[in-house]
Design a protein around this ligand. Sequence first.
Ligand code: NAD
Length: 276
Amino acid sequence: MAGRFQGKVVIVTGSSGGLGSSAAAMFAAGGAKVVLTSRSIARLEKAVQGCLEAGATQEDILTVAADVTVFDDLKNLVEKTMEHFSRVDILVNNAGLMLTGGIMQATVDDLDNMLTTNLKSAFILTQLCLPHLIASHGCIVNVSSLAGYAPAPTFLAYSMSKAALNQMTKSIALELAQKGVRVNAVNPSAVLTELLTKPRGPIGGDDPAKIEAFMKKVCTTHPPGRIGQAHEVSDVIGFLASDQSSYMTGQCLPVDGGRHATIWGCMPQPQPPSQS
Ligand code: NAD
């Protein structure tokens, strides 16, 4: 049976690990031709293996080295995709960078880095892919964050970049709706990836004790009492990229175990023992 992405060409940025490699494997499992990209081709090896294990053949996979903050790299990424596969159906703007710090710690360089990596790259790559996405009646899924919805004083610039990405998602969705191109975003909360364990990430290193403390905290702030898994985000990316969501555009969907609804920290309480 043909997969739901049979004949489709997908570009996933930041696909060397975390949510990006999970999304690449999910698309490969659906029969897509997948363009994996990262700053270093060597770092894509494991993700390529994941796609092969999911059912892709070597011919279904293209790897391109690209730093998403460099315009010429993004241009080359789209040119190589067209040379190789002659079309683009789905663009997943996933590459991202998180440097913690509020207004008292964050530097202007931090702000520039996060706006360039998390926002400007998605803007440029969308423009570069646009003629091809219009031709294919394709779609875009931006990987935003729950931090784009709510103030995040401990990661100010990151949340600013993701709030702008939400706005960009909705605006471009309106502009392209009648051209047959859908634009949506996923807004994950916490998934344990390198984004969190980098020295300036929220965990601040890969020390097991720090990771354990973080996981414990996540369990108390997320209604299911556990952290999210990468596949739980990439499955929603797949839904938004598939025909199953053909009447959805301009959505920024929290994938957060209900965290967005916990205003005032309301969490499910243990049930009192029954009186009977
Ligand atoms: P990750 O660190 O594993 O992945 C980020 C990817 O982006 C990596 O492959 C990295 O190499 C790539 N990248 C960063 N800067 C780049 C650059 N200049 N050029 C090319 N590639 C670059 O972390 P992840 O959690 O998988 O992050 C993926 C996306 O999910 C990000 O946009 C992130 O903001 C978002 N997100 C993650 C979480 C989470 O809890 N993990 C929550 C909300 C949103």
